[in-house]
Structures are given as structure tokens and as C-alpha cells.
Design a protein around this ligand. Structure first.
Ligand code: 6GU
Length: 247
């Protein structure tokens, strides 16, 4: 069965472009994932379809009103894929917000085990705290910078989770890649063998598989030490890795 992402947003149009290209498009066409967009504004009941209001206590910006957002979340949770009367477990309701838990590859892998996720895109000034308390299970941020809203962050989460769903990309690429073992990737080369006077490292064209593997491992260690020493502290290293890093 396909993994389903329900996305609650004031700007559903922001998702249509990215979902219509490349790997996500193919995954949707192949029935591996589905993305269902829900316009929060459709759940506003007043004449002007109001979804936000000024903060109590004063201050800049606007806050998402409780009623339309809560109605949207509850309506989405009441929707199911099957009409068999079978009860699926309640999917986690995740708010995208800059004050959320930092999103990592580990969290992506955990979320990829869920049959369904409900992603709520907050506007950056915030969501009424009572809706968070009543209806939100988890809050995620994609990094220490501020976006205008949670939409781009939700797309990042969808992309990172979808590629871990079986059949979306080759099993090998997902298993082999960096972050599963906590090291950055090795440098990649393709033809031509010489480009603008720059050669491909001879070991890669030598045909010596053992030497290629050792070179790649060492490049990963070097790069991680150089660029992300914070990752190296937690990486899974052999005695040979440690010996190389001391050179
Ligand atoms: Cl999830 N939302 C917003 N508005 N800004 C962010 C973010 C989320 N993650 C990093 N910056």
C-alpha cells in the first residue's frame, strides 16, 4: 500500500510544482506514495474566510486562528483510504515550525515506517498554542533559519521520507548513503577521463576494487574531518579508520 502524506496549508499551490517533477512524480504515478493537499482556508466559516488574527497581548505579525485549523485537522483525521470499516491507527499530526525538533535522517527513517503522516504548515509568526496542545503530536524544524511558512519545510520532509519508501529509489542508494553511518560521501566522477585539464583519480580507473573501496573510505573520512568534525565524533569507525585519521 502507498504511503500517504496529508498536507494542511494556506498555500496548496506551492506544492504542485515540486510534486510534478522527477522522483516524487514517478513515485506518485507508480502508486508508492500519495500526497493529498488540504486548503485550510476552505474550513473558515466567516464571510471573509479569515484564517489568522492579531496576537493577544500585542506584537508584530499574525497568528493562525484555532477554529479553521482545528476543523481542517479533524476533517483530515476523519478521512480514510478504505471504506471497509477497518480502523487504521491514528496518523501522527506534525506541525512544521521553526521552534520544532531538528529534522534529521534518523527522523526521516522513523517517519518512513508510518503508513500515513499529517503535515501541518504553520505560518512563521505562529499557530495558536491551544491548537498545538489539543491536536499536534510532534513539531519539526528543518534548520536554524526562518522561512515564511512551513510549506517548503513540509516539502523537504516529504522528499526525505518518500525516498526511503521501498521502491521509490534503488534500495542500494538508500542503504549505502552517508548519514546511515554518519560520514559524508566520497567524491564522484564520470566521463570524460580528462575535463579541462583535470584528471579522474587514477585509482578509480585501475579496476582494483579493493583499492577503490579503500580510497573512497579515506576520502569520506578526510571530507568529514575537514567539513563536519561534529559528525565524525558520532560516526562508526574501525581501527583502520582511526589510524588513517591520525596521518
Ligand atoms: Cl518548519 N517553518 C518555518 N517557517 N521556518 C523554518 C522551519 C519551519 N524550519 C526551519 N525554518
Amino acid at each position: 500500500a502507498a504511503m500517504r502524506f496529508d498536507v494542511l496549508t494556506l498555500f496548496p499551490g506551492m506544492f504542485t510544482g515540486p510534486l510534478s517533477e522527477s522522483i516524487l512524480k514517478r513515485a506518485i504515478q507508480a502508486g508508492r506514495i500519495s500526497v493529498v493537499l488540504h486548503d485550510i482556508r476552505a474550513y473558515a466559516t466567516d464571510r471573509h474566510r479569515t484564517t489568522d488574527d492579531a496576537p493577544y497581548g500585542g506584537g508584530a505579525g499574525m497568528v493562525m486562528k484555532p477554529e479553521p485549523l482545528a476543523a481542517c485537522i479533524r476533517a483530515v483525521l476523519a478521512m480514510t483510504d478504505n471504506d471497509t470499516g477497518e480502523s487504521a491507527p491514528k496518523p501522527p499530526v506534525i506541525l512544521m515550525t521553526p521552534d520544532g525538533e531538528p529534522f534529521t535522517q534518523r527522523i526521516a527513517a522513523e517517519l518512513a515506517t508510518c503508513p500515513r503522516l499529517v503535515l501541518v504548515c504553520g505560518r512563521y509568526e505562529g499557530v495558536d498554542e491551544r491548537v498545538r496542545a489539543a491536536l499536534i503530536d510532534r513539531e519539526l524544524s528543518i534548520g536554524d533559519y526562518v522561512l515564511t511558512g512551513g510549506e517548503l519545510a513540509a516539502m523537504v520532509v516529504i522528499d526525505a521520507v518518500a525516498r526511503l519508501v521501498p521502491g521509490v529509489i534503488d534500495a542500494e542508494s538508500a542503504a549505502e548513503e552517508s548519514f546511515s553511518d554518519g560520514l559524508l560521501e566520497y567524491p564522484q566522477y564520470t566521463r570524460p577521463a580528462v575535463w579541462e585539464g583535470r584528471e579522474v583519480p587514477p585509482v578509480l580507473v585501475s579496476g582494483h576494487h579493493g583499492e577503490v573501496a579503500q580510497w573512497r573510505r579515506r576520502e569520506r573520512l578526510r571530507r568529514t574531518l575537514e567539513r563536519r568534525p561534529d559528525l565524525l565524533a558520532r560516526a562508526v569507525l574501525t581501527d583502520a579508520d582511526r589510524a588513517y585519521l591520525r596521518t
